[in-house]
Design a protein around this ligand. Structure first.
Ligand code: ZN
Length: 277
């Protein structure tokens, strides 16, 4: 499931490829991915608009149009935005899973494809977008999120620190992969109650969150299963994962075999019982 580094990669690519492009037509192949608009509204509100910019908030990709509307894409497990320049750009398999298509003035087509169709695409006015984003917590890479503020928000929860890291109201954009990685990097047991994390540990944890997210963004994210970027490429961060997907493998710090557990919220947690405390 794309988290912050993957959605950031997609948004940056889309911005570079699409800003300034005019949408000349829209088609709906599988309308159940749409939220807040009917297929007819989707097809009538898009043509004639110009893509102003693409950006990311939390795990959402936001494509802003000069009409004031924004396409808000939540890829979840298998959603992807693909830009077709020539028919060869889209594999036969991907083509079967195209849910929405937007034709651009220069002949390119922006597709939303989703294999399991658990992702969503909404078309929101500026006011509706502001309301949709309002519940989200701070961006972890935004320096306005100080260690003090982060520590303060952890102290309000008795839930497992790993689960709190994944709570989008506390800090936005982190999912299971980077919560595992950040806890490992900070040497913090992911099952500890968030309110037991000291101010010093919170500062270390925030540094770890930022470190792993930035390292992954630099490599265009982590590809497991179906995540691909807007060019159909895969992220390069998998070989650098220290915890996620490495249950039973030796800890990169102390060589103790990592433990694989699903005790926290039923999600896969991988940690080192010896050096994460
Ligand atoms: Zn260890």
């Amino acid at each position: 499931m794309p988290e912050l580094p993957e959605t950031e990669t997609i948004a940056r690519d889309l911005h570079a490829m699409l800003s300034g492009a005019r949408i000349t037509g829209a088609a709906v192949q599988k309308g159940d991915v749409l939220r807040s608009v009917t297929p007819d509204e989707f097809m009538s509100r898009l043509p004639g608009t110009i893509i102003v910019r693409a950006w990311r908030r939390a795990k959402l990709i936001i494509v802003e149009l000069d009409s004031g509307d924004s396409l808000v894409v939540q890829p979840r497990f298998t959603g992807a935005l693909l830009v077709e320049r020539t028919p060869d750009d889209i594999s036969a398999r991907d083509r079967n899973y195209i849910a929405l298509s937007m034709r651009l003035h220069d002949g390119r087509v922006l597709h939303y494809r989703d294999i399991r169709r658990l992702g969503t695409v909404a078309l929101l006015s500026a006011d509706a977008l502001a309301s949709a984003l309002a519940p989200l917590g701070p961006e972890p890479l935004d320096l306005a999120l100080t260690a003090e503020r982060f520590s303060g928000s952890l102290r309000t929860s008795r839930q497992a620190i790993k689960k709190v890291l994944m709570d989008q109201r506390v800090v936005a954009g982190i999912g299971n992969i980077y919560a595992n990685e950040a806890c490992w990097m900070a040497g913090i047991d992911p099952s500890r109650a968030a309110d037991s994390i000291t101010a010093g540990e919170a500062a270390t944890l925030l540094d770890s969150v930022r470190g792993v997210l930035q390292a992954s963004i630099a490599l265009r994210g982590t590809s497991f299963r179906d995540y691909v970027d807007a060019r159909g490429g895969r992220g390069g961060f998998v070989p650098f994962l220290q915890a996620y997907g490495r249950g039973g493998a030796p800890c990169g710090r102390c060589a103790t075999p990592l433990v694989d557990s699903s005790a926290i919220d039923g999600r896969t947690t991988v940690f080192c019982w010896r050096c994460q405390r």
